[in-house]
Ligand binder design. Structure first.
Ligand SMILES: [Zn+2]
Length: 267
């Protein structure tokens, strides 16, 4: 379970080689945090070629205040950033560790697994890129959702198609989100992305990031997305890395996906 200890913190160190594990196909076998992280790491490694460090530390906090303190103590986040993050985020993935807020306690099993998978993708992106905050932030978030939903599909508790439909339905009720354009350049930095979802709302912006990434993966394939994050080991240039990994400029892709989303959401 994800219950917090008396001080609101539980640490689960995991030494694992995901490729040596059997990828689970039934969510009911992932009862504890330890089982969930191992099982999801196995799916991520085997189905998507995503690296996970051999040691993952999972911090579980019993509430917003404990989460905020944990962000400062365990992830060395500044007090101002910890206050902001703990207001809207329920999980954070950093180098080799995940920080999760266990409250509210009535979160569904599916959402618990989605959160762990989402944050584990961020841990993997940091492994690929050799550091934090290096790739396009909208893509880091969209890819985390895409892999998390795909993982839930393999565990038999959700489907990528259902999430696609839900995100598209969400987009239809918020036409203004597309009218202002996607501005992927501005939304590519962690600060720019945070400002975007504080302004427009977390749910619609994460759904939109998922749809943009889903289209990119449909057109270019998942392997290029993984390769894009890995390219940050050679260069920190987001724009050039995007061109090289996907074979088209970010500006061209943005125009392409905007037309696609406007058309699809108008149906
Ligand atoms: Zn995220």
């Amino acid at each position: 379970m994800l219950a917090g200890g008396s001080d609101g913190r539980v640490i689960v160190p995991l030494w694992l080689d995901p490729l040596s594990l059997t990828a689970p196909t039934d969510a009911r076998t992932l009862r504890t945090t330890d089982e969930a992280v191992r099982g999801i790491a196995a799916i991520m490694a085997k189905s998507f070629g995503l690296p996970v460090p051999h040691r993952v530390v999972v911090h579980v906090y019993g509430g917003r205040r404990a989460f905020e303190q944990g962000l400062m103590r365990d992830a060395r986040v500044s007090p101002v950033q910890a206050a902001t993050l703990s207001d809207f985020a329920i999980g954070v993935g950093t180098r080799g560790q995940m920080l999760l807020n266990d409250q509210p306690a009535d979160r569904t099993e599916r959402e618990r697994l989605r959160l762990i998978a989402h944050e584990l993708v961020h841990v993997s992106q940091i492994e690929l890129a050799g550091g934090e905050g290096r790739g396009e932030q909208w893509l880091a978030e969209g890819m985390a959702e895409w892999v998390a939903f795909s993982t839930l599909e393999r565990l038999g508790v959700d489907t990528l198609e259902r999430r696609r439909q839900a995100a598209m339905a969400g987009l239809r009720t918020r036409a203004t989100l597309l009218q202002r354009g996607l501005d992927l350049e501005a939304h590519g930095t962690p600060q720019g992305f945070t400002a975007w979802h504080l302004r427009e709302g977390s749910v619609p912006v994460y759904q939109l990031a998922f749809l943009i990434t889903d289209y990119l993966i449909e057109r270019r394939g998942f392997d290029r997305t993984r390769g894009y994050f890995a390219s940050f080991r050679r260069s920190g240039d987001r724009g050039k890395n995007f061109d090289a990994a996907f074979g088209s400029s970010r500006v061209d892709f943005e125009a392409d996906v905007l037309v696609r989303l406007k058309t699809a959401s108008a149906l």
